[in-house]
Design a protein. Structure first.
Length: 507
């Protein structure tokens, strides 16, 4: 959405008085060691299909599920961290439907008695701090996984892997409080951070998060006036989005599609669509089952969970907002740096391992430089050894490298890490590449490398010299750039400035 003008439409082509309404349903795998109702290991990702299965998670007749109490505890932590009310009595229910990934013919989930309800999560919205309401948090089991052979569009045949069947999931449902794809992404980032701080979720694991997004475009104010379920125009549920970037992409695509339909005067039907990640589009899919089609009923093999007192005893760790406040207080981080550095648990922990060298230097180099370089290479902070980054910060702090060569060293080390999983030490790298800072001697002696480079630049750029002498001071910046290039970034910009100014003064 546009930030700069209140009169501009939210996105091009949209009527000024339309607004985007988004709600999310997020499924996260809880990071327990065993499955939700049996003792099978959840560490299935690198193993052959159907090797983490037993009669319970295969749903064989006569097998009885038993609740994994760790998964219950994790869910309670989530409920509390999302400021929810915890159920006096939560209950599992059977959701009946037939699909090959669902071996029992039903999924054990929670229906009218979820473990937690009515909470909220504060995020950085488009117009400042924003509260997103959480409708409910409930527990359920993950279904198995279908493997389509010969392409997803027209597979020759399909295999089923039940290793994933029975992995504990937590489903978090928001109210339709989000107003743009960007807000949706920020919500997900904040939620991910919260779950990681709680120690219940590992976002690095492939497929550990899946999102369904509800989206519609309504006349402005309609939603607030009429409330949920009475939308003027139909809403679309986009299923099966499995990455954080995918959510923003899918929603952006849907907004364009829906606003085109509105512009052509076509009716928007309530529908379910599928996000095709590889093509960045949503496509029409099966019509949505109605709730009554699932014939929910209480799971007869499991007793209700009386968890209220247990929840009261659970102590939560420091969460992202608290850590952000502490970073500003303890390390004098700027609000933007504090938000960035606490936006991921591993990043926050990394910062605290290197902050003692120089809190401000570490914050800048971590939040502004390292993160950018990691994103560019599609790498995660976990692969960077903190002691190597410490050494780079030390070099910068003692003035052995300039900012420019510091970045160069960092790039070399990250490329090595990406290639081989390890890297040389920053000091060794600086020496090998001859990137140690060159300090100019104040005498302007000819053998000084900075002075030599400056004299060359002056000789090569008569126009810039003439401009400078005619009073155009910005011409000096150009000459500084030339000298920096000649010294491969190893000269200190301050030194170069002084040397150049002195030489030009001397004529
Ligand atoms: Zn099992």
């Amino acid at each position: 959405m546009s930030d700069n003008s209140a009169t501009q439409p939210a996105s091009p082509g949209m009527a000024i008085d339309d607004e985007v309404i988004i709600g999310l349903e997020i499924h996260c795998q809880l990071d327990t060691r065993t499955k939700l109702f049996c003792g099978c290991s959840t560490d299935y990702r690198d193993d052959p299909p159907n090797t983490h299965v037993c009669p319970i998670c295969l749903g064989l007749p006569g097998s009885l599920p038993r609740v994994n109490l760790k998964a219950v505890e994790f869910s309670l932590r989530v409920g509390k961290a999302l400021n929810c009310g915890i159920a006096h009595e939560a209950e599992f229910a059977r959701k009946n439907y037939f699909y090959p990934d669902l071996n029992k013919g039903f999924q054990i989930t929670q229906y009218d008695k979820p473990i937690a309800v009515k909470g909220y999560l504060d995020i950085e919205g488009e117009d400042g701090e924003k509260r997103v309401r959480i409708t409910r948090v409930h527990m359920e089991e993950d279904p198995g996984r279908l493997v389509h052979k010969g392409g997803a569009d027209r597979p020759k045949y399909t295999l089923v892997d039940y290793n994933r069947a029975g992995i504990p999931l937590i489903e978090i449902v928001t109210e339709p409080d989000l107003r743009s794809p960007k807000e949706a992404r920020r919500f997900l980032n904040k939620l991910r951070a919260t779950l990681e701080y709680l120690g219940v979720f590992d976002s690095e694991k492939e497929g550990s998060l899946r999102v369904d997004a509800n989206i519609s475009i309504q006349p402005k104010g309609w939603f607030e006036r009429e409330g949920k379920g009475k939308a003027d125009r139909g809403r679309v549920e986009v299923k099966n989005i499995s990455s954080y970037k995918g959510v923003e992409k899918a929603l952006t695509f849907e907004i364009t599609r829906q606003k085109n339909l509105i512009r052509r005067g076509q009716k928007l039907e309530t529908a379910t669509r599928h996000f095709v990640e590889t093509r960045g589009v949503t496509t029409s899919s099966r019509s949505k089952e109605m709730e009554q089609d699932y014939r929910y009923f209480p799971e007869p093999d499991l007793r209700p969970l009386r968890v209220c007192d247990w929840a009261a005893e659970i102590m939560l760790p420091e969460l992202p907002d608290a850590r952000r406040a502490r970073f500003m207080e303890q390390y004098c981080c700027s609000p933007i740096h504090a938000r960035t550095l606490t936006g991921e648990l591993k990043l926050a922990e990394f910062y605290e391992k290197v902050a003692d060298i120089d809190t401000a230097l570490a914050a800048t180099w971590l939040a502004d430089t390292l993160l950018g370089e990691l994103n560019y290479r599609d790498m995660s902070i976990v692969v960077v050894p903190p002691e190597q980054f410490r050494e780079l910060l030390e070099l910068l702090k003692e003035g052995s490298v300039t900012d420019k060569t510091g970045v160069e060293v960092l790039r070399v080390l990250l490329d090595q890490l990406k290639e081989t999983g390890s890297c040389e030490g920053p000091r060794a790298c600086v020496d090998r590449l001859g990137l140690r800072v060159i300090t100019a001697t104040p005498t302007l002696a000819g053998e000084d490398p900075v002075v030599k480079a400056a004299k060359e630049a002056i000789a090569e750029q008569p126009q810039a010299v003439a401009d400078y002498l005619a009073g155009r001071k910005e011409a000096l910046n150009f000459l500084v750039g030339q000298v920096m290039k000649k010294t491969r970034g190893c000269a200190k910009p301050g030194d170069v400035n002084t040397v150049l100014a002195n030489l030009l003064e001397e004529g």
